[in-house]
Design a protein around this ligand. Structure first.
Ligand code: FAD
Ligand code: FMN
Length: 752
């Protein structure tokens, strides 16, 4: 097979070596525009896991790489004059030049032709090659030439960064956050040999301009950096090497091959340098592609196999890298955090490293975090920490206070419609459903969306708080929870708006009733589905009526003994329909700008707050984005949360979407938690995070890193009403069982 690799970076060289090694009969050429010893950049870093992968692919290069390595376990985080260290991370760094030397040597010894100082301008000269490897890096000209065929997508990220080096061999992987008169500067530094470290300086565009670096020469940048980081560099110098300020391009391609041309490495995809994986991805591509070609010598089939094997892994890493780069882009947001929590937030930023992983890597660090967190919870609630020798509780088992309501831990059962009531009256099903979950260990159980009027229901099976008999029916459940369990219970009050008069969930979600419909109201007369009932645009008289129904329902909830209220302003129901511009097209004082769209929901909030006891909290559930063009965004959600806070709201439950049927949500594990993180820090209000949260490791990480104050599980609690008890057992935390069940202590669940 005749193979031409355009680009002699890690991807091109490694692939060439692996192919030649697999079959010496292959004719393999690498064409590189630079000289052999002419590289940009300083060091690269690999994790221990990546090295194992290399060992399996080619022992010789692996051994050379390992010999050249500087290895370290620690991450140092410099922040507000302190250094927080976390250990056990297992990284190795080496100079990029040394890596290229090793790969070039290996290529030569295997008989690969290396052509340096040859710039490929068009592929005509390689027409007769069986395979052309486009390994020409992030600015790939080959990709650009066939941009449509590859379905190229480049997203330029807003932050500015410059790739520098230093003669100070930082002893650990080092992150520095330093503020000066211009703003906050971030440094990513790691040693690559005994005398040198890579030093990437990053900041926002605004800070960069304020510092005048938009007009700086390379020497100006070096001088600026040496001065700003004089303390951290301990008298050492900053080194430059084509050190120009850049924006990071996130590169994606819908297809990685076209005819016999295949994209690898940075030409195919990039992952932000904060996850240190660009070279790893490039070399792993080379491994996967060479294996695919060994399995199947038909080039088109092999290229297809390569892409289908690699794509999921690459995209998963790109997702993690995206969250990581966004964390760095918005690091200003976290500046109020104390150093230990800032460190936790940084280390768990991609949501892949959890409290549990960190505990394995560095138990001392996690113990410090847990202690700090538990002490904060003790101060916030006035409940003293258990005295030693009792161990520090993990974050999820610390208490939390909202007004006078003290929750014994951080786990909440999310409100979930049961569609099992008659004319709004909850019954035995609701008693067992909510009672069972209250006995399951969660500190707070939120009863399902309960409607303030018969016409405000989603379905004929929804619960209500609009008839005198509802008070007694709810009181029976509330009393059970209070008398028989340590949990507290909240009621979620709502009006379904344009999403009302529909079938029970298992008969068709949001589908109109076949008969027996009731008239609907909403912010604007837009049906949910094109074939749904058209709601009537609310008049001021309607608005007064519904507001008063909320007030009356709140009074009834107090009479029933609920500990807390949640107002439902999410998922496209009535109050949410005012907030979203997709469902509110009003031209009066309640439509238009966000401030105006929020007027009626705030009016309802104020009216409810006025009658709800001052000692008891109210949370509001919002959709932090509509996931639809022209709809609400996370930035809007921050403003909504800040306004609610100013009106006395105690916490925001951060959900997303369900406003319009054509939404395009990006689902995944903890997919709504980044919205909670942002709202909590930018609006300065406690948050409850919900959505695909299923492990106690995630709950502990979220809480310890300050991404939310409470963790809410819906389906997790349908699956396992005793989720919290099981999480306690898994963590050896002593959560008291009901007396009736005490014998469970001597039972060992074998399946877990
Ligand atoms: C600031 C920064 C820090 C980074 N830190 C790390 C890190 O710590 N760890 C890590 O793993 N990765 C890191 N990376 C990423 C890493 O450098 C790349 O992901 C990796 O080099 C990709 O390898 P590649 O072979 O695909 O491309 P490259 O290494 O870019 O190689 C492409 C080669 O093609 C050549 N070329 C381009 N066009 C032509 C042409 N027309 N004709 C001939 N030759 C051509 C170029 O000269 C170049 O040598 C970092 C990147 C940046 C920007
Ligand atoms: C059966 C069911 C009923 C639900 N009913 C409600 C509800 O009444 N009120 C509400 O705010 N959310 C409701 N939701 C949404 C959940 O409260 C939660 O926001 C969502 O399911 C994401 O959490 P999860 O990934 O833990 O399930 C419901 C979800 C389910 C599965």
């Amino acid at each position: 097979m005749r193979i031409v690799c355009i680009g002699g970076g890690p991807a091109g060289l490694y692939f060439a070596a692996l192919m030649k090694k697999a079959d010496p009969a292959h004719d393999v050429t690498v064409v590189e525009r630079n000289r052999a010893d002419d590289t940009f950049g300083f060091g690269v870093v690999f994790s221990d896991a990546t090295l194992e992968h290399f060992a399996r692919a080619d022992r010789e290069t692996h051994d050379d790489i390992v010999r050249a390595f500087a290895h370290w376990d620690d991450i140092d985080i410099h922040y507000r004059g302190t250094v927080v260290t976390s250990t056990g991370h297992g990284f190795a760094g080496m100079s990029r030049q040394q890596l290229l030397d090793i790969l070039q040597r290996r290529c030569r010894s295997l008989g690969v032709h290396l052509e340096f100082e040859t710039e490929v301008r068009d592929l005509e000269a390689y027409r007769d090659a069986d395979l052309i490897l486009a390994a020409d890096g992030v600015n790939s000209a080959i990709r650009a030439r066939h941009a449509d065929r590859f379905g190229r997508q480049i997203e330029w990220q807003p932050n500015r960064f410059v790739w520098l080096g230093t003669t100070y061999p930082f002893p650990a992987f080092t992150f520095i956050f330093k503020e000066d008169v211009h703003g906050l500067w971030r440094v990513h530094a790691y040693r690559y040999d005994a005398q040198h470290a890579t030093f990437i300086l990053e900041t926002t565009d605004a800070t960069w301009r304020r510092a005048g670096l938009d007009e700086a020469s390379e020497d100006d940048t070096v001088a600026f950096t040496e001065e700003l980081f004089a303390d951290e560099l301990k008298g050492h110098r900053i080194l430059k090497n084509r050190s120009l300020w850049r924006n990071f391009p996130v590169v994606r391609n819908a297809r990685w091959s076209h005819d016999n041309i295949v994209l690898v490495g940075d030409a195919a995809h990039t992952a932000h340098f904060s996850v240190g994986s660009g070279t790893k991805l490039a070399m792993e591509d080379a491994i996967a592609l060479s294996r695919a070609l060994q399995r199947d010598r038909m080039v088109p089939a092999a290229l297809e196999a390569y892409e289908s094997e690699r794509r999921p892994e690459v995209e998963s890493l790109q997702r993690a890298a995206q969250v990581s780069l966004e964390w760095f882009e918005t690091a200003e947001r976290y500046q109020r955090l104390e150093p230990i929590q800032f460190a936790m937030s940084l280390l768990t930023r991609s949501l892949r490293v959890t409290h549990d992983n960190l505990k394995v890597r560095d138990p001392r660090f996690v113990a410090t975090v847990d202690r700090w967190f538990a002490e904060g919870a003790a101060r916030q609630t006035g409940i003293p920490l258990p005295t030693t020798p009792a161990p520090t509780p993990p974050p999820m088992f610390t208490p939390f206070r909202l007004r006078d309501l003290v929750l014994s831990n951080r786990i909440v059962v999310s409100p979930m419609c049961q569609y099992s009531a008659e004319d709004g009256t909850p019954n035995d099903w609701h008693l067992v459903h909510l009672g069972g979950r209250a006995a399951g260990g969660a500190a707070l159980v939120v009863a399902e969306m309960t409607d303030v009027s018969r016409e405000g229901r989603i379905s004929p099976g929804c619960t209500g708080m609009y008839k005198p008999e509802h008070v007694g029916a709810w009181k029976r459940i509330v009393d059970f929870v209070h008398r028989r369990t340590p949990a507290r219970i909240a009621l979620q009050l709502a009006h379904a708006g344009r999403k009302g008069s529909t079938r029970r969930m298992w008969e068709g979600v949001d589908e109109p009733l076949p008969d027996g419909n009731w008239p609907l109201v909403s912010a604007s007369p837009i049906p949910y589905f094109p074939y749904s009932q058209i709601p009537r645009e609310m008049t001021r008289v309607d608005m007064d009526l519904v507001r008063d129904q909320f007030v009356e329902a709140a009074r009834m909830a107090e009479a029933a003994g609920f500990d807390m209220l949640e107002l439902h302003m999410a998922h496209g129901y009535l109050l949410a329909s005012f907030i979203s511009p997709l469902t509110n097209l009003r031209t009066d004082a309640y439509g238009g700008l966000l401030e105006l769209r929020l007027r009626y929901p705030l009016e309802v909030f104020d009216a409810v707050r006025a009658v709800w006891p001052a000692a008891k909290p109210i949370s509001v559930k919002i959709s932090a984005t509509d996931w639809a063009p022209g709809g609400t965004t996370a930035a809007d959600a921050v403003r909504v949360a800040a306004r609610l806070r100013a009106h006395g709201c105690d916490a925001i439950t951060v959900s997303t979407g369900q406003t319009v049927p054509y939404q395009r949500p990006v689902y995944g594990r903890l997919y709504q938690t980044p919205f909670s993180d942002r709202i909590r820090h930018e609006a300065g209000i406690p948050t409850m995070t919900v959505g695909n949260l299923s492990t106690h490791a995630d709950a502990n990480s979220i809480l310890a890193a300050g991404r939310a104050d409470l963790c809410v599980l819906a389906r997790g609690h349908l699956y396992d009403p005793y989720w919290t008890r099981h999480a306690a057992r898994d963590q050896d935390f002593d959560l008291r069982w009901p007396d009736q069940y005490l014998s469970v202590k001597s039972f060992t669940p074998r399946a877990r």
